[in-house]
Design a protein around this ligand. Structure first.
Ligand code: PBG
Length: 328
């Protein structure tokens, strides 16, 4: 009996109501985190390599926060485009309590207190060389010096009102240092989402345009970001970040690393997030523009893939569009 024709797996697929009934995963706007770029410049600066995504002034980024709240998106991820003249070797603008990032946090939390604000902890939007940390004469990114500065940066962001600090730098030991500093400063409920398994990827190009670091970057980030060849190492990274106090972990980029997401989820049973990064967004937009696929279908299918792999949520530039599709 347990074979054709008694068994026909197409039976439950035959009608839309039935497909809905047996769906193993669903997408809701609560699965989305919307990355937003902030600028000191014009109200809206379109980003050529990221069609449909702009940098926003403080006023307009608050409008985006209201839009997100209305769409049911629970959390925003903020990235600043620091003016060129404020970028230095040591990225000290990252520690300025009135920097663009901190002003954006305060403006959003004042206007839309119920939306989560996640902030990027790394120095690349603030350094003149485009690296996430402090470089020595040989161009090597120094781990311990950088981790101390990142700890200060996370504190500055928490004091400005950040709900989740997200170190994206891949320095060793920084999650534990940040957790201790947050505890000592009274920010016991500020979460840490660790960019735990972040790969040295070719998919970050448009992001570097968005934060203005592409032209500045000297060399690559392979001495701190992970080698795309490695998976077991990702599990070690995640284990350490969790031991050090991370509340959730991220895998980045997203779609090319679904295997990592699944393995992390199976091994640790903690909240796992994926960052569907700028190059992935651009690829979908380019495919749709070339007539190679339906944009809405590509967006929803890739987001569902993250849920199926075990993600609690996805950072995606398609967040508002996807939330609208989910509501339709
Ligand atoms: C750097 C950082 C990067 C991204 C988020 N934080 C780029 C990099 O590591 O060079 C990429 C996000 C994206 O491509 O959308 N701290």
């Amino acid at each position: 009996m347990s074979h054709y024709p008694a068994l026909r797996l197409r039976r439950t697929r035959a009608a839309a109501w039935s497909r809905r009934m047996v769906a193993e995963n669903i997408l809701t706007p609560a699965d989305l985190i919307w990355p937003l770029f902030v600028t000191e410049g014009a109200d809206e600066e379109p980003i050529a390599s990221l069609p449909g995504v702009s940098r926003w002034s403080l006023g307009r980024v608050v409008d985006r926060a209201r839009e997100a709240a209305a769409l049911g998106i629970p959390c925003l991820a903020l990235f600043p485009n620091t003016p060129r003249e404020l970028r230095t070797e040591d990225g000290r603008e990252a520690l300025n309590p009135d920097n663009l990032m901190c002003r954006a946090i305060r403006a959003i939390k004042d206007a839309v207190p119920d939306i989560g604000v996640l902030t990027d902890v790394a120095l690349d939007p603030y350094t003149s060389h485009g690296h996430d940390g402090i470089v020595d004469e040989a161009g090597y990114v120094l781990n311990d010096t950088t981790a101390e500065i990142l700890t200060e940066q996370a504190l500055v962001q928490a004091r400005a009102g950040a709900d989740i600090v997200a170190p994206s730098d891949m320095m060793d030991g920084r999650v534990g240092m940040i957790r201790s500093a947050l505890e000592a400063d009274g920010h016991v409920n500020v979460q840490i989402m660790a960019y735990a398994a972040k790969y040295a990827s070719g998919f970050y190009g448009p992001f570097r345009d968005a934060v203005g670091s592409r032209g500045l970057l000297k060399g690559d980030k392979k001495t701190y970001q992970m080698d795309p060849a490695n998976a077991e190492e990702a599990l070690r990274e995640v284990a350490l970040d969790l031991e050090e106090g991370a509340d959730s972990v991220m895998v980045k980029p997203g779609l090319p690393y679904l295997d990592i997401i699944l393995r992390v989820k199976n091994a640790f049973e903690v909240p796992v997030f994926a960052y569907q990064v700028s190059g992935e967004y651009a690829m979908i937009e380019a495919a749709a523009a070339a007539g190679a696929g339906d944009r809405d279908a590509l967006v929803m299918e890739t987001l569902m893939a993250f849920k199926r792999a075990g993600c609690s949520g996805v950072l995606t530039y398609h967040a508002p569009h996807a939330a609208r599709l989910m509501a339709a």
